[in-house]
Write a protein of this length. Structure first.
Length: 544
């Protein structure tokens, strides 16, 4: 008679990242559980049985171990109640390699193992563990790519002025992908802005609001729990007074874009509040010593910049009667009044040469692409010398910046890049010219030497407005363009022409919001020309 197999106690674990579809009679968790149960049944001859208990995590990400059912499962493994964990796929258990290592450690410590019913491998061998690590690496990669895609979509939607969720500011209520004004709360917000300008102190404002019974926004979670309704503390007031959402804008990562929601306060009041906040922010507390200034404060290239003859250039600034401050880098001999050879002495506007340098460092990926204002600590660490002549700026980088072979491909075509034992030299065509009453830096072709964004306010606002109109049409809030025009108080022909903006190619929309649109792409061109629906034809019409 054959020996009776040793009982193997199996626990079935299921997981789904989102709650979508879990209310259905037969959902993804049920399908996973049935497949795992069928697999355990096929191993009944080996003594496999399913233990009592359900380990389902519906609506929990695989990128964390903070899941209630998984915690209970690990606790039961620790108490010796489970021999094998059965999952439909490995990524149902976890999508992170580090978390997987922790789970395997717990399983090994208590003599347990796990099985994936759709992926056949043996984790008792080195090859099996390698296969498992490869699978988990792809699962983790998929999770990270999904996160990047969601973040990109969030950023693109906010550039179009959409409200993408989060804590709703006091004074508004959410409606689809935008915000509506809550009249009573909006009046409270306006009062807070007015009183701050009158009092000039957030501390006194907080006391006054607390005495008046003004509280934070009240709201209810999806689970039905009440939140908010607390007295406004100083941090909340600072955030409220700095929040550009009240100007009808959508802030995102240090930038602000025209929103599709109405403003609560006007620009003049908001700017006055910001000026007062900035003014009070620099006041030192009694007895606290002033922070020593950085060595390059106000002149970030000081000590690094020289003219074509090798003479050091020093920062010089002058304040005009109108209040504007003009900064220059000037050759030392010129400051001393010493006559120099033609073209040797140089005087350049500081902001132009600084912008050229930081632009090229950004192109090379040596400084943060999004930092604003620029922190010059890292750029100065990368630079060894800047040389300015009448026709070019030569930027010399330290040798440790990396392999220079790929650098020419990241620079503009007119730039020249060379490497030596001392480092990397980048020669940037640079000449000064007067344009529109000011001085600009030109490249060899006569174009702007600095790739700087220039947002067209009218075009950006038209794009945001057109997107909001398009959404109303697609959602059925209005049936025709004529109905839309009547609701918006504009002529039907104007509405139809403005709507063309909403049907531009995605890259053209992104360029408009970033301020890098082609020169031919203007609001007048969109309103007067026949704009094709084909994206390629649009790029040919307006330029790339």
């Amino acid at each position: 008679m054959a020996a009776k197999p040793t009982p193997v106690r199996c626990a079935i674990y299921t997981r789904k990242s989102s709650e979508e579809g879990l209310d259905q009679a037969y959902n993804s968790l049920d399908a996973q559980r049935d497949a795992c149960a069928a697999y355990v049944l096929s191993q009944a001859g080996e003594g496999w049985t399913v233990v009592a208990g359900v380990y389902d995590d519906g609506g929990f990400s695989g990128g964390t171990l903070e899941r209630p059912a998984l915690k209970q499962l690990l606790a039961d493994i620790g108490s010796g109640r489970i021999d094998v964990v059965v999952v439909y796929k490995v990524d149902r258990l976890t999508r992170a390699l580090t978390d997987f290592a922790r789970i395997v450690e717990i399983l090994d410590r208590h003599g347990a193992s796990f099985v994936s019913v759709t992926q056949a491998f043996n984790t008792t061998t080195s090859m099996g563990r390698l296969t498992l690590n490869v699978l988990l690496s792809f699962a983790q990669f998929e999770r990270e790519v999904t996160g990047e895609r969601i973040r990109d979509k969030l950023a693109a939607s906010k550039k179009l002025g959409m409200w993408m969720g989060g804590n709703v500011p006091l004074g508004y209520r959410p409606k689809a992908r935008t915000l509506e004004i809550e009249p009573e709360e909006a009046e409270t917000v306006r009062m807070i802005f007015r009183r701050y300008l009158e009092l000039g102190s957030v501390h006194r404002l907080r006391q006054e609001l607390a005495e008046a019974g003004v509280v934070s926004k009240r709201w209810v979670t999806q689970a039905g729990k009440a939140r908010g309704g607390w007295p406004l503390h100083r941090g909340a007031l600072f955030h409220l007074l700095r929040n550009r959402t009240y100007l009808g804008e959508v802030p995102h990562k240090g930038q602000s874009y025209p929103g599709q929601h109405p403003p609560i306060t006007d620009l003049a009041t908001f700017d006055a509040v910001q000026a007062k906040l900035d003014e009070t922010a620099v006041v030192l507390r009694p007895g606290r010593p002033a922070r020593p200034p950085r060595p390059h404060a106000g002149a970030p290239l000081k000590g690094l910049i020289f003219d074509g003859s090798g003479a050091r250039m020093s920062p010089v600034s002058a304040r005009r009667k109108a209040g504007a401050t003009y900064r220059h880098y000037v050759s030392r001999p010129l400051q001393a009044g010493v006559a120099m050879r033609s073209g040797a002495g140089v005087r350049v506007p500081a902001d132009l040469v600084e912008d050229v340098v930081i632009d090229r460092l950004r192109r090379l990926g040596l400084v943060d692409q999004t930092a604003a204002p620029v922190d010059w600590t890292e750029p100065r660490r990368r630079l060894s010398r800047i040389e300015v002549s009448a026709a070019a700026v030569t930027m010399r980088l330290k040798r440790e910046v990396g392999d220079p072979s790929d650098m020419p491909h990241r620079l503009v075509p007119d730039d020249q890049c060379s490497a030596s034992d001392d480092g990397v030299a980048i020669v940037i065509p640079f000449r000064l010219a007067r344009r529109a009453g000011g001085v600009v830096a030109l490249n060899a072709a006569g174009g702007d030497a600095i790739d700087r964004p220039r947002r067209d306010p009218a075009l950006s606002a038209a794009l945001v407005r057109a997107e909001a109109w398009k959404r109303k049409l697609l959602a059925g809030e209005v049936g025709t363009v004529d109905e839309l025009a009547r609701a918006e108080g504009v002529a039907p022909t104007y509405a139809a022409r403005l709507l063309r903006t909403a049907f531009l190619a995605p890259d053209l929309k992104r360029a408009i919001l970033d301020g890098r649109q082609p020169s031919k792409l203007t609001l007048q061109a969109i309103m007067t020309k026949t704009v094709p629906l084909d994206w390629r034809a649009q790029r040919d019409l307006f330029g790339r």
